[in-house]
Design a protein around this ligand. Sequence first.
Ligand SMILES: [Zn+2]
Length: 86
Amino acid sequence: MMYCENCGTEISKEAYVCPKCGVKVKNDNTSEDTPNIGLNILSLFFPLVGIILYFTWKKDTPKKAKGVLTFALIGWAINIILTILF
Ligand SMILES: [Zn+2]
């Protein structure tokens, strides 16, 4: 859920304009700051990709960046464990 910057009305994430006051909602879908499952899984298998994405995204979409970084670190840890075991 997000709120209108102008009147404070609760508006849906998909809303383009505020239904109450009609002010355009600052919501650019191209840079949506939500974790991306597909890219998280990609980062799990290719930690380097996740780390590159993290540095690319950390300024504009910190939540998405943190998501890929977390999975990259998990993937990296799994790699180390497997290397030690085998
Ligand atoms: Zn409003």
